[in-house]
Design a binder for this molecule. Structure first.
Ligand code: PLZ
Length: 477
């Protein structure tokens, strides 16, 4: 195991603290890819001179409102390793927020190249093309349920969610939408209203869209009443019936595992009970699978885990491995309730993005990356549980497949520890491991490795996280 680096001081220049990447351990895909031979190599202080120079230009040119996790600038990335402009390499346990699941797959790059050579854009609303149709066919087949489905493509997760709301309202003729505590659905005006957390997403940006109602989530670790899944669903449904009424409710919108809110996995039975109530009351169930979708949680879609069949599903992120693409897929009768011309956008379903999506989906299928995600979870979860026992500052270990998290608390309590969380993330970054934070209380470290990450790179990344947390806890006590 690599020794824990000292995060309090910048890495000394010219010090190689890496462990080299071992043989690719059955991961054939890693052999023909342009990734550095070393997963974690800190050559300069962080940020290095070239990143510092770019940071100067950035602050003079880029709006402050867009913040970055890392102080370094990227030069290349793939298969769980990110190289910065100064030649430092970091183990990537974030995948650009659950996006680059198939890494630097040559198949995807080649598909992009080929499509770019043919045409970049016609606008599907002007001259349609096959790639768009093919992506829709794939989504109709892959999303849960064997009912007749239709799909429409967009550019971002937020846009997909906006359009799910449009379709649900149009098809039901009802105005209200229910979203949950800790939810994240985007940054546009309507999706800000659907997102729960004020800072940094909503503060100062109102007024927000009307007819959005928030109800309690099943959050097993923090549920004050210690409710089971069905009980937590009954609590939410009771509030919906009393405060809105099913007759006014177009849709219930839910992330099957909440992402930005802290990788909150609802108690078993919660999602099925919500789904059953929606079905009984003619309310559209929208699963926001923007973060959980495309094999991330060990199934194609997270709703499958409890056999929940949503009426509408939103996807983005992992769908095209980094090319901007998003989709709304749903029951044909709901989707086709909208008049021709009611849905669309200039760039939605861009042909290059569609080519990337087709190649990405093909790889996920042929390499069984849902299975790989499950194996990532099986490898990491026991280590996180044992880390929790050793350190006493992890209140909850949770997640599924390659969507994993630890929630950091003050020892012996469930009081969130956002300071320790920020310190762990910063120290991991300084040590060459990119982890992301999340959570309503900013006290969650989340892991979203590319699904093709070589096992030994994942192993090294986890070792650094473990050593870093143990060191900070020892220093702090
Ligand atoms: N729905 C469930 O996770 C995006 C946002 C990061 P866009 N999550 C990462 C940030 O701070 O902006 C997300 C999501 C779920 C919707 C979205 C929105 O997707 O592609 O960012 O618009």
């Amino acid at each position: 195991m690599p020794s824990a680096p000292n995060a309090a001081t910048a890495s000394p220049p010219d010090v190689d603290r890496s462990a080299s990447r071992g043989p690719a351990d059955g991961a054939d895909h890693a052999t023909d890819r342009a990734v550095p031979a070393v997963a974690r190599l800190i050559r300069t202080e962080i940020p290095g001179p070239l990143s510092r120079e770019l940071a100067g230009r950035r602050s003079a040119a880029v709006a402050k409102g867009v913040a970055s996790v890392l102080p370094i600038f990227a030069a290349s990335a793939g298969d769980g390793v990110l190289t910065d402009v100064d030649g430092n390499t970091l183990i990537d346990l974030g995948s650009g927020i659950a996006v680059t699941s198939v890494g630097a797959a040559p198949e995807v790059i080649e598909a992009i190249r080929e499509q770019a050579g043919a045409f970049l854009h016609t606008c599907f609303m002007i001259a349609p093309y096959e790639g768009y149709v093919r992506v829709c066919e794939e989504l109709n087949a892959l999303t849960p349920g064997d009912h007749d489905k239709r799909t429409v493509l967009f550019n971002s997760g937020s846009e997909a969610v906006e359009n799910a709301v449009k379709v649900a309202r149009h098809a039901t003729g009802r105005p209200a939408i229910v979203a949950f505590d800790h939810a994240y659905h985007g940054r546009t005006n309507l999706t800000m209203a659907l997102t729960a957390k004020a800072m940094p997403y909503k503060s100062g940006f109102g007024p927000f869209a009307p007819e959005i109602y928030r109800v309690p989530m099943s959050y097993p670790y923090r549920d004050p009443a210690g409710l089971t899944g069905p009980q937590a669903a009954a609590r939410a449904i009771d509030q919906i019936e009393k405060q809105i009424g099913a007759d006014s409710l177009a849709a219930v919108l839910i992330e099957p595992i909440q992402g930005e809110g802290g990788f909150i996995v609802p108690a078993p039975g919660f999602l099925p009970a919500i789904a059953a109530w929606c079905r009984a009351n003619g309310v559209v169930l929208i699963a926001d699978e923007v973060q959980t979708g495309f094999c991330r949680t060990g199934d194609w879609f997270a709703a499958e885990h409890e056999n929940v069949v949503p009426d509408l599903v939103t996807t983005a992120k992992g769908i095209a491995n980094g090319m901007p693409l998003a989709a709304l897929t749903g029951r044909a009768e709901l989707m086709d309730a909208v008049h021709p011309g009611g849905l669309g956008g200039t760039f939605g379903g861009n042909p290059v993005s569609c080519a990337a999506a087709i190649a990405t989906i093909e790889l996920m299928r042929s390499q069984d990356l849902a299975g790989t995600a499950r194996r990532i979870g099986e490898a990491a979860l026991p280590r996180l549980h044992s880390l929790a026992e050793r350190t006493g500052v992890i209140g909850d270990v949770r997640g599924r497949g390659a969507m994993l998290a630890i929630e950091l608390v003050r020892p012996g309590t469930n009081e969130p520890d956002p300071q320790l969380t920020a310190a762990v993330a910063a120290a991991c970054h300084a040590a060459g491991v990119l982890v992301l934070t999340a959570g309503t209380y900013k006290n969650v470290i989340r892991l979203l490795p590319p699904l093709v990450i070589p096992p030994e790179v994942l192993d090294e990344g986890l070792s650094v996280l473990e050593a870093t947390l143990e060191r900070l806890v020892t220093e702090g006590s």
